[in-house]
Design a protein around this ligand. Structure first.
Ligand code: NAD
Length: 498
C-alpha cells in the first residue's frame, strides 16, 4: 500500500495547492509504487516561506541551548526509529541495508553534535586598540534558510542542513529530491514529535524546476544550501546571486585512489571495492578512478576483479547483499552510456559493463560492478562524473605522475593514497587538490564532526559538517563597548598616554 506524502507548512500536513501528485517507486522493484507525493509549485513555496518568516521572529529568541535540547530529543527519537528508517531507505533509495543504517546514524550523530553545540555557540572577545574599550562578536541567525537536496543520502544530507540551521536560530523550507521524499517526511514526523514549533520547519515536495527555482527566487530566503550536481549548482549560484543570497554548494566529484608500489595491496583492494561499489558508486565521494603504480598494477587488478565478480547483487534489504540497484532508469542508462564511451575510447573492459537482470533483479535497476583498465588521462571516462559502479584504472610510473593525474579533473572532493611511505603520504596531503584526503583508507566514509566539502567545481568554498557548517547558517555581529566616557577615535587617537 503506497504512502501519501503531503507538504508540511506552518505546522500542518497539506496537499499541493494545485492538488497535483507524483509517484515514487522502488529502485529494486520498479513496478511497486512506494509513495504518492504532493507535486508543488511556486505558490506552495511562497506560503511555506511566509510561515517560516513569521516563525523566525519567535524561534530566534529561543535560547540556543534550548534549541539544542530539542535537537537532542530529535536524535533520541531517531535512535528509537533507526531500524525502521533504514529499512525504508533500502526500499526508497535502494541503498544496501548496512549502509542505510549508516546513513541514518550520520543523521543521529549530526543531531547530537547540534545538541552539544547549543552549549558552545561561542563568539570571540578581543581587546580594543583603544583604552577602556572591549570588542566582541556574536553569532546571529540569517532568517529563512532554503534547502535543496539530492537523493543519495536521503537522511544524512537533509539532517546536515536542517539541524545546524535550526540550532543557529534559522527557520527553514526544504525540498527533498523527487526520488526520496519519504525519508524527509519521516524526519519531519520525528522533528514534530520532538516539539519543533509550527512554522519553523517547512517541507515542500516537487520538481527542481518549479519548487527549487521558487526557493532560489524568493526574496525572503536569506541563505540557500544546495547539494547536487555541479551543473545544477552553477544555475543555483547564478539565480541566487541576483538577490545576493548566501549560497552553500556541495557538488560533484571524480574521486581517485592512488596505490603506490609499497602499498598493502590487500588493504588497497578492500578500500577500492568499498569506495567504488559502496552505494553502487552513487556517493559524491565514490572512488571513480584508481591511479596505480605500474609495479603493482597486475597484482592489484587481478585481485580486484576477482573480488568484484564475487559481489552479491540483490535486494538492498537483504543482509547478505553487497550491491544494490542504482536510483532509476535514466541513471542506469547514463551509467551504461559510459561503458560504451569507455570502449570507444580504447579502454579495456575487464568485468561488468551491463545491466544485471538475474532472478528478481530483473525488476529493478541493477548494474554489474564494472572495471576498465588502460584508461587514459583526459579521456571522458577518466574526467566525467558517472555516479554508478564504474571504476577506471590508470597506470602510472611514479608518485609525481600519480599527483598529476589525480589533479587533472575539474572536481576536487575526496581522494586517498595507499602507501607505507610517510613522505609520499604527506606530499599527497599537501599536493592533492581536494577537500578531503584519506591515508590508507578509501575515499568514502566522512565523519559528521569534521568539515566536509571540496575544491574546484565541487563547491564554492563552504564546508558542511563539524563546526564549519555553522558558518553557513550564521552572520557575525561585531560589538564595540566603549567605557571610557569620552569620544575615542579608532585609527586617529594613536598616541600612548604618558
Ligand atoms: P541534481 O543536481 O540533479 O539534483 C539535486 C537537487 O536539485 C534535486 O532536489 C533536484 O530536484 C534539484 N534541482 C534540479 N534542477 C533544479 C533547478 N533548476 N533549480 C533548483 N533545483 C533544482 O543531483 P542529484 O542527481 O540529486 O544528486 C547527484 C549529484 O549530487 C552528484 O553530482 C553528486 O556528486 C552530488 N552530491 C554531492 C555531495 C557533496 O556533498 N558534494 C553529496 C551528495 C551528492
Amino acid at each position: 500500500m503506497a504512502e501519501t506524502i503531503k507538504n508540511f507548512i506552518n505546522g500542518k500536513w497539506v496537499d499541493a495547492k494545485s492538488g497535483d501528485t507524483f509517484e515514487t517507486r522502488m529502485p529494486a522493484k520498479w513496478n511497486e509504487v512506494l509513495a504518492v507525493v504532493a507535486k508543488s509549485d511556486k505558490e506552495d513555496v511562497d506560503e511555506a516561506v511566509k510561515a517560516a518568516k513569521k516563525a523566525f521572529k519567535k524561534w530566534k529568541k529561543v535560547p540556543v541551548a534550548k534549541r539544542g535540547e530539542l535537537l537532542g530529543k530529535v536524535g533520541d527519537i531517531m535512535v528509537e526509529r533507526k531500524e525502521e528508517l533504514a529499512q525504508l531507505m533500502a526500499k526508497e533509495m535502494g541503498k544496501i541495508i548496512s549502509e542505510s543504517r549508516g546513513d541514518v546514524q550520520e543523521g543521529i550523530d549530526t543531531a547530537y553534535y547540534a545538541f552539544g553545540e547549543g552549549r558552545r555557540f561561542f563568539g570571540k572577545t578581543s581587546p580594543s586598540e583603544l583604552p577602556n574599550k572591549i570588542n566582541m562578536t556574536f553569532l546571529r541567525p540569517i532568517g529563512v534558510a532554503g534547502m535543496i537536496c539530492p537523493w543519495n543520502f536521503p537522511v544524512a544530507i537533509p539532517t546536515w542542513k536542517m539541524f545546524p540551521a535550526l540550532l543557529s536560530g534559522n527557520t527553514l523550507v526544504i525540498k527533498p529530491a523527487s526520488d526520496t521524499p519519504l525519508m524527509v517526511a519521516k524526519l519531519f514526523d520525528i522533528m514534530i514529535e520532538a516539539g519543533i514549533p509550527d512554522g519553523v520547519i517547512n517541507l515542500v515536495n516537487g520538481p527542481g524546476s518549479a519548487v527549487g527555482n521558487a526557493i532560489l527566487e524568493n526574496p525572503d530566503i536569506g541563505v540557500i544550501s544546495f547539494t547536487g550536481s555541479s551543473e545544477v549548482g552553477k544555475h543555483i549560484a547564478s539565480v541566487a546571486g541576483q538577490s545576493l543570497k548566501k549560497v552553500s554548494l556541495e557538488l560533484g566529484g571524480k574521486n581517485a585512489q592512488i596505490v603506490m608500489d609499497d602499498a598493502d595491496i590487500d588493504l588497497a583492494v578492500d578500500g577500492a571495492l568499498f569506495g567504488a561499489f559502496g552505494t553502487a558508486g552513487q556517493r559524491c565521494t565514490a572512488t571513480s578512478r584508481i591511479i596505480i603504480h605500474e609495479a603493482v598494477h597486475d597484482e592489484f587488478v587481478e585481485k580486484l576483479k576477482n573480488r568484484a565478480e564475487k559481489m552479491k547483487i540483490g535486494m538492498p534489504w537483504n543482509e547478505d547483499t553487497d550491491l544494490g540497484p542504482v536510483i532509476n532508469e535514466s541513471a542506469l542508462k547514463k551509467i551504461h552510456s559510459y561503458t560504451e564511451i569507455g570502449k570507444k575510447e580504447g579502454a579495456t573492459l575487464i568485468t561488468g559493463g551491463e545491466q544485471y537482470k538475474e532472478g528478481e533483479c530483473a525488476g529493478g535497476w541493477f548494474y554489474r560492478p564494472t572495471i576498465f583498465t588502460n584508461v587514459k588521462p583526459f579521456s571522458r571516462l577518466e574526467q566525467e562524473e558517472i555516479f554508478g559502479p564504474v571504476l577506471s584504472i590508470i597506470k602510472v610510473k611514479s608518485f609525481d605522475e600519480a599527483i598529476e593525474v589525480i589533479n587533472d579533473v575539474q572536481y576536487g572532493l575526496s581522494s586517498c593514497i595507499y602507501t607505507k611511505n610517510i613522505n609520499n603520504a604527506m606530499h599527497a596531503v599537501e599536493d592533492i587538490d581536494s577537500g578531503i584526503t584519506y591515508i590508507n583508507g578509501p575515499t568514502i566514509g566522512a565523519e559528521c564532526h569534521m568539515p566536509f566539502g571540496g575544491v574546484k567545481s565541487t563547491g564554492n568554498g563552504h564546508r558542511e559538517g563539524g563546526w564549519t557548517v555553522y558558518e553557513i547558517y550564521t552572520e557575525q555581529k561585531t560589538v564595540y563597548i566603549d567605557y571610557s566616557g569620552k569620544l575615542q577615535k579608532a585609527q586617529i587617537d594613536t598616541s600612548i598616554e604618558k
